[in-house]
Design a protein around this ligand. Sequence first.
Ligand code: FCB
Length: 405
Amino acid sequence: MFLSFKFFLMAKFPKNFLWGAAASAHQVEGGNFNDWTEWEKKNAQRLAKKAKRYWQLWQQEKFPEMFEPENYISGRTCDHYHYYQKDFDIAKSLNHNAHRLSIEWSRVEPKKGRINQQEIEHYRQVILALKQRGLEPFVTLYHWSLPVWLAEKGGWLSLKTPHYFDRYVRIVSENLFDLVDYWITINEPNVYSAKCFLKGAWPPQKKSIFKYFRVLNNLVRAHQLAYHSLHSIDLDCRVGLAKNNINFINNFLADYFWNKYFLNRIRQKQDFIGLNYYFCSGWPKKKGLSVSDLGWQIYPEGIYHLLKDLKKYNRPIYITENGLADGRDSKRAKFIRNHLFWVQRAIKEGIDVRGYFYWSLLDNFEWDKGFWPRFGLVEIDYRTMERRIRPSAEIYAQICRENKL
Ligand code: FCB
């Protein structure tokens, strides 16, 4: 009797734990005009052709749309710009009490120094809609898409961009600080710089190790400036970034450069750490792991090791992304449960984890993969914009409601 009561207590998450899902503006809003939209139009044909070479063997029957150039153009995506009220109704009905979203810089500052007050008002309404439904907003200021004018000036390669970013951050925060307590300055600086400047796969596709480090360091600078600006406008707000970490097995060098380099540089300038976790990597390959539709190896225990590693920074941690592409919804519920099991284990061992955001609330535009990967708790029919709640979303909803596994 005593034991089972103790077990019951142990399965609970801490009081006030935040439960929700994450999204980014470019991936869900629709109707954007930024460096990505321009790049998509020029590259859709090429990406469709590349998919034929790369994915043909194992995914073609499931996702024939991956061979269509339209798959690679964000266009209307889920039209969340107009459907946000409905989408937040769904999140609330699924017992979420928090939501991570991003602000699209190109909407707020479509031309250099020209602020679109209407778009700022739009974001006020979006954040108010969250608060009215009891969802705590986590607001990302930069999730990978740049205004075209800034991309033309060299984007993150330019030493001036951290200052442009800081100016934009001040404007946003002066207008929204009364509604927002949690700011995420930058999403996954390491993924962004590696994909754009090491792999040369994302815009502006400039492959060079020197450029990679220049961009990474400019992002460090941008975060530091924004950290001070946000606190100068609202002393009590909490500022962090969303950091993608990979559970590297037997690879200390990769672990240092990928997981620690950026966090070490901003050590004193973060009030919390946002952890984005998707997969493990390394040699020898872990045997018997299942994979998502994107081929990412599912390794729930990895999140535990990464959380333990973050302890040294001595900051509260939020899991700001964790999820998988699973068009058939056959693995998602187990994926969430198993990751949460390991999160809970880390909490029991003293790691201060305060929230979990599944990626993503809705199916959405997955960058250079386009629409075929299905990450959503909610399925989108892109022709009709109909939203359908997946069975796994209900299972996650129960965890959110009971605050336990
Ligand atoms: C993360 C990104 C997010 C989404 C997921 C699948 O690396 O932050 O925008 O694309 O991967």
